[in-house]
Design a protein. Sequence first.
Length: 217
Amino acid sequence: MFEEALRRGIQVETHAIGDRANRMILDLYESVGVQRLYEVGRPAPRWRVEHAQIVDPADIPRFAKLGVIPSMQPSHAISDLFFAPSRLGMDRLAGAYAWQSFLKSGAIICGGSDAPVERGEPMIEFYAAISRKSVKGFSGEGWHREQAVSREDALKMFTLWPAYAAFEENDKGSIEVGKLADFTVLSQDIMKMSEPEILKTRCVITVIGGEIVFETQ
């Protein structure tokens, strides 16, 4: 199936959560030569792994090497980690929700919400990515706070990088001349305010294609 998809130029996205599942998918992607396309100058197929939650640290660099995009949801790290240590063991948590390790290895992360499994609120996702704390400010053993990302990278996780992952970087992902005027106006500056205040931030205006489609009264 993967060979046929690669031949036809179909983008593949595979759901994988555990470390064995992620290794299996990377092995399969590699076996069909997904990385050879861009190595010879052809456009990368931008195949993806949905969630990539628990990854053996040895496999994390393989994502960038193969040109595979981890599609991840930061809120998983602040909800799952209440029970992940007991289910996975402390050792596996070194490669769990490892956003910073992915970025340092050269991968980009396509951020998402996983709604309706998670609440689907963008501010929770942004907050989780930069704080790696629960919405009540809790951070326990094994939460690996070093895997939190900068606000700039968190913003890219929900703008530029998803656009790239969807082959839409020329139309979306940033406010530039020539791109669609898709943007949101927030009630506060999430790039400067304290972490807890981010969760109180609300959408004031939503613009799609240059047209206001939502506005608070």
